[in-house]
Design a protein around this ligand. Structure first.
Ligand code: HAM
Length: 424
């Protein structure tokens, strides 16, 4: 007997779940298009080297990678951003910057399975490439907030926790951590919520930081006020930009959503500026969405530096959040008509009526089970049909059918030609 369960950490989508997934994808696609983003896609298979990074990113250790029959090292994509960088580098000369692109890829990571983390997930990505000013961050944040609002989430339910990697870099410089260690230190700092303070200190010391530096770092990380930090740091890069972004968001009408949070680091080493995560105000969940500015990813892939900012917004956590808040949309199956023949010789006419109604845009199913009327009506009810079309021999002899309104429980004979023209 073969194993009937899906591969560990992956999901099957039965029709009910598929309706929910399509609803989510529709929200993502609609808000993206409304904000002027264009959709793109790439193959789920990529060259493994695209995901191998020196700083020790967790993602590099979570790859589903293998060698193909031609000896190539390949990987299922764990995220979309490197593929986007590859596309942009490939077609840079013909693209007119800034570009605003979105995608909804399925991603694979060999994760330790915890609540909100699976080995396969869908991740809406939206990125603006070629816009160095903070207005790109503002547009990106407005886009993801508008998606949340479209799902029925408000500023009471979610918060965008935001920081800037340049602030973290100036803290590290101020406590004399050498520049070349910054990326690796930040990857470790991102584990702050997941491991104990002692374990974190040990990892930082193993990397080469002294006990005093770790203490100093913790002291800086306890500060929650941007102005206070501004007084303490020699290099205030990032702080002013973040304040400008917050002002921009206030003017745009999104002030309630944003909160400065020095503990937001992000585990991907390519971020260079603003970094953010969306969560409930009390941070009860894994991040619903995460992103930031990554001006040097394209240069790391072999091109020139190109400013870029974007986010990834997974399907798993947001659906958990909506479920907990009892904000799942009602998504019953619906059909305009179910056509019910009662004898084999009526099948042809049933198919013909179905084809005519479908060509006029109606959703139509036929029930060819030839079961008794009670059973077929019950099945039509379960399928969400608004009307049933009953093919009784007496009416058919007069080129008529019986149409039954399933909500009003009323039925009447109707000429087939009238039925078809009334559906136009
Ligand atoms: P990330 O933080 O690794 O960023 O993932 C972004 C989002 O994808 C997370 O906040 C979460 O919603 C979802 N996600 C990630 N891993 C899993 C998982 N194992 N199970 C379920 N959901 C998951 C990135 O991937 C960046 N490439 C995002 C980005 C785009 N930055 C700039 N542009």
């Amino acid at each position: 007997m073969i194993d009937l369960q899906p591969v560990k950490g992956t999901r099957d989508f039965f029709p009910d779940e598929m309706r929910l997934r399509n609803w989510l994808f529709d929200v993502w696609r609609r808000v993206s298009v409304q904000a002027g983003f264009e959709e793109y896609d790439t193959c789920v298979l990529e060259h493994e080297e695209l995901y191998i990074r020196k700083a020790g990113d967790e993602i590099s250790k979570q790859l589903y990678s293998f060698e193909d029959k031609g000896g190539r090292r390949l990987s299922l994509r764990p995220e979309m951003t490197p593929s986007l960088a590859r596309l942009v580098l490939q077609y840079k000369k013909s693209l007119s910057f800034p570009i605003k692109w979105f995608s909804m890829p399925q991603c694979f990571r060999y994760e330790r399975m915890t609540k909100g983390r699976r080995r396969e997930h869908f991740q809406w990505n939206a990125d603006i490439i070629g816009q160095p000013e903070m207005v790109a961050e503002a547009e990106i944040l407005m886009l993801l907030i508008s998606a949340c609002e479209s799902m029925g989430l408000t500023a009471k339910d979610i918060r965008v926790f935001i920081n800037d990697r340049r602030i973290l870099n100036s803290i590290l410089s101020q406590i004399s951590v050498p520049q070349e260690m910054h990326s690796a230190v930040l990857v470790i700092m991102d584990k702050r919520d997941k491991i104990s303070t002692e374990a974190l200190s040990k990892l930082l010391q193993d990397l080469g930081m002294s006990t005093i530096q770790v203490e100093q770092l913790n002291e800086y990380l306890s500060k929650s006020d941007l102005n206070e930090l501004k007084k303490d740091l020699n290099d205030t890069h990032g702080i002013e930009e973040l304040q400008n972004l917050m002002d921009l968001m206030v003017t745009a009408g999104y002030s309630n959503y944003l909160q400065f949070d020095i503990s937001i680091v992000r585990g991907l080493s390519y971020y260079t500026g603003a970094v953010f995560e969306v969560n409930s105000p009390e941070k009860q969940h894994r991040a619903i969405c995460g992103g930031g500015r990554y001006d040097s990813l394209l240069s790391a892939c072999g091109g020139e530096t190109v400013p870029a900012v974007g986010f990834g917004f997974g399907d798993v956590v947001v659906l958990d959040v909506l479920k907990e808040l009892q904000r799942f949309p009602e998504l019953p199956r619906t059909l305009d008509y179910t056509i019910i023949p009662f004898a084999a010789e009526q099948v042809g006419i049933a198919l013909k009526i179905a084809a005519e109604l479908r060509s006029q845009g109606s959703t139509v199913d036929c029930n060819f089970s030839m079961k008794k009327i009670k059973k077929t009506m019950q099945q039509a009810n379960e399928s969400g049909a608004k009307n049933t079309i009953l093919l009784f021999p007496d009416e058919l002899a007069e080129d008529k059918v019986v149409i039954r309104d399933m909500q009003l429980h009323e039925q009447k004979p109707i000429k087939i030609t009238d039925l078809i023209s009334s559906a136009e």
